[in-house]
Design a protein around this ligand. Structure first.
Ligand code: NAD
Ligand code: TYD
Length: 351
């Protein structure tokens, strides 16, 4: 049977890199991108595949069960890779319900649609849920998240992703759906919406605007280049064992303040500014409520069992990322106009 793969959230940051990889690497598959085009979804991220004969875009909301059924019927969906989500922790603090609606209700809607459509031969089809390491909570010592680490989500975002992971596993257990879950660390790279730390700082350094560092900047994240995450999803989709979980990470931990300083130094060079110029923009601001201290993934399982590992060193990935933003002013102009300005002043003014 020819694969007809539904990728949700394909107009977002990670989804758009995954779609490009699949459309170009697998001409024998039909790739259907289902996306509601929220503030985070942008078809400009998909220019490279727009005209490809094995690629289709469907604008739909995963909360809309009728629309989902119609798309499954129309494209005879054989597999799902589910990425559509509300993805930003700060927004989840302001509006937790939006995260319940898309991440929990939307995911269950999608599971139900797949279960109904694949009824009778569930074992021939895979439902792959792309999730985050934030479900494991926050580390205060020097240990790592393993696939067996107990869930302990601390933010409304991670609570909603944890709930959706649990539903995926519950559908595997109860209805015998074939599922797989991967939990990845922080991604960075081209097409990243400038609400997240790295693209926000790149954009602000470019415009000589303050760089808001939460608290003391001591929080630690493990960063992975987005194309390496897409390669990992490809690996898990094709070779992962049904019912399993795979942690994906960069073996690359950084304190926030050190990343911000690295970006400043690299951009001073690239923009021909005197060394130290951009560091003066660093502004320590009120901490995020309930700010998780450290995330650190142990990605040994996917490395050993499936042979995946990151392809890029962090400094190489950061160079590629900065260059992309410097060369894509039009993309930045489009995503930072209108609603972005309102979001930015609401979150950062008087902080
Ligand atoms: P993103 O915010 O850039 O993109 C999300 C996409 O989902 C957008 O295109 C948006 O339009 C779409 N979407 C949102 N609500 C929808 C709805 N109700 N119906 C249909 N489409 C909807 O997110 P991202 O950073 O690309 O993350 C993708 C997935 O990977 C998410 O599930 C996220 O939890 C997970 N993840 C992200 C990271 C990271 O560092 N960004 C790390 C690990 C896991
Ligand atoms: P973010 O990119 O929002 O990802 P996540 O919260 O999912 O890890 O934030 C990365 C880290 O950077 C996190 O510790 C919060 C911090 N941060 C700032 O210090 N300033 C900012 O303006 C933002 C957006 C994040």
């Amino acid at each position: 049977m020819k694969k007809s793969i539904l990728i949700t959230g394909g107009a977002g940051f990670i989804g758009s890199h995954l779609i490009q990889l699949f459309v170009q690497k697998y001409p024998q598959y039909k790739i259907i991108n289902l996306d509601a085009l929220t503030y985070a979804g942008n078809l400009e991220n998909l220019k490279a595949v727009e005209g490809a004969s094995n690629y289709v875009f469907e604008k739909a909301d995963i909360q809309d069960a009728n629309a989902l059924s119609a798309i499954f019927e129309k494209h005879q969906i054989t597999d799902v890779i589910h990425l559509a989500a509300e993805s930003h922790v700060d927004r989840s603090i302001t509006d937790p319900l939006a995260f319940v609606k898309t991440n929990v209700f939307g995911t269950v809607n999608l599971l139900n649609t797949a279960k109904e459509y694949w009824k009778g031969n569930l074992s021939d089809h895979l439902f792959y849920h792309v999730s985050t390491d934030e479900v494991y909570g926050s580390l205060d010592d020097d240990s790592f998240f393993l696939e067996t680490t107990a869930y302990d989500p601390q933010s409304p975002y991670s609570a909603s992703k944890a709930a959706s992971d649990h539903f995926v596993r519950a559908y595997a257990n109860t209805y015998k759906m074939k599922t797989v879950v991967s939990n990845c660390s922080n991604n960075y790279g081209p097409n990243h919406f400038p609400e997240k730390l790295i693209p926000l700082c790149i954009n602000n350094i470019k415009n000589s605007k303050p760089l808001p560092v939460y608290g003391k900047g001591e929080n630690v994240r493990d960063w992975l280049f987005v194309k390496d995450h897409a390669r990992a999803i490809d690996t898990v989709f094709h070779n992962g064992k049904p019912g399993e979980t795979y942690n994906i990470g960069g073996f690359n931990e950084w304190k926030n303040i050190d990343i911000v300083k690295l970006l400043c130094a690299k951009m001073d060079q690239k923009l021909g500014r005197e060394a130290g110029t951009s560091e003066k923009l660093i502004t320590y601001v009120q901490d995020r409520a309930g700010h998780d201290h450290r995330y650190a993934i142990d990605a040994t399982k996917i490395q050993k069992e499936l042979g995946w590992e990151p392809s890029l060193q962090f400094e190489e990935g950061i160079e590629i990322t900065i260059d992309w933003y410097l060369n894509n002013q039009e993309w930045l102009d489009h995503v930072t106009s209108g609603a972005y300005q309102d979001y930015y002043s609401q979150l950062y003014e008087n902080r």
